[in-house]
Write a protein that binds this ligand. Structure first.
Ligand SMILES: [Zn+2]
Ligand SMILES: [Zn+2]
Length: 275
């Protein structure tokens, strides 16, 4: 079985089209056709929570205020008319766990991806809010990032941790900590094991400056040893990215010793053989 659960529905000409353009049967058909071609048995979409007005109940970051145009109920209702699994990519916002839980509990989702894009109010992957322009110390940035990831795991809000080492996204374009990265992974791996949250293997990193999978091989090895389960996704923002570089990802996953992936239906996990 191959899945792609981390997919954003977009129009090719617009990175953030309004829902009347993105959430249409014609647009979904383009993604389904791409998935079929890539041999993907289960396709799910996972829009960013912050594109929906309801997300402003969780956080009022200026970036979220700019993005929050769409209606979350309409999205869920629309996706249920298609053969897509219904997911949502939700930022972990420390201190807003109850408000996040309220939003998630009031929607009948197949799965929730938990993401750490922001550390404090600065982003690890967005140049407009770049954390590196304010707090250049890489040890501090990495430590805080993985602490937030651990807290996201422990929150119990999420089924999957998306792009789990996103902090490396810029590769050599940003400083790397001098310490062995396993020092930073450790608390997150402990939390992942305790919380039994799945870890996403994402090919999106291959399209970014870092040019490697999320998670890094050592991080994956530690998760595996701790008994974690894994999903496989592309973080596609266009049909052409659905199942991106899966041959390479599946080969690396097998090398790491991963033989099964998790699927979700109405937030119930099930293991399927990989590939
Ligand atoms: Zn993300
Ligand atoms: Zn995403």
């Amino acid at each position: 079985m191959l899945t792609d659960y981390h997919v954003h529905l977009r129009d090719d000409d617009d990175d953030q089209p309004p829902d009347r353009v993105a959430f249409t049967v014609e647009n979904v058909d383009r993604y389904l056709a791409a998935a079929e071609q890539a041999g993907i048995g289960e396709l799910g979409c996972s829009e960013h929570v912050y594109r929906f007005r309801a997300a402003l109940d969780i956080w009022r970051h200026p970036f979220w205020e700019q993005q929050a145009h769409d209606d979350l109920d309409a999205y869920c209702t629309f996706v249920r008319t298609t053969s897509l699994r219904l997911g949502l990519e939700v930022d972990f916002v420390p201190g807003a766990e109850d408000r996040t839980a309220n939003l998630l509990d009031s929607h009948d989702l197949d799965y929730v991806l938990g993401s750490v894009h922001f550390v404090g109010d600065r982003a690890v992957d967005h140049e407009g809010w770049d954390i590196w322009t304010r707090q250049g110390d890489p040890d501090e940035v990495w430590r805080r990032y993985f602490e937030a990831l651990a807290a996201a795991a422990r929150s119990g809000l999420f089924d999957v941790l998306a792009h789990p080492d996103l902090v490396k996204v810029w590769g050599r374009a940003r400083p790397r900590p001098e310490r062995d990265p396993r020092f930073y992974y450790e608390p997150a791996v402990e939390a992942i094991a305790e919380a039994e949250v799945a870890v996403e293997v994402s090919t999106a990193g291959l399209r970014k400056p870092v040019a490697e999978l999320y998670p890094a091989a050592e991080f994956a090895a530690m998760c595996l040893e701790a008994g974690a389960s894994f999903t496989l996704s592309s973080d596609a923002h266009a049909p052409v990215e659905v199942g991106y570089a899966y041959e390479r990802a599946v080969a690396e996953m097998r090398d790491w010793g991963i033989e099964e992936i998790v699927t979700f239906e109405r937030r119930r996990p099930a293991l399927e053989p990989l590939g």
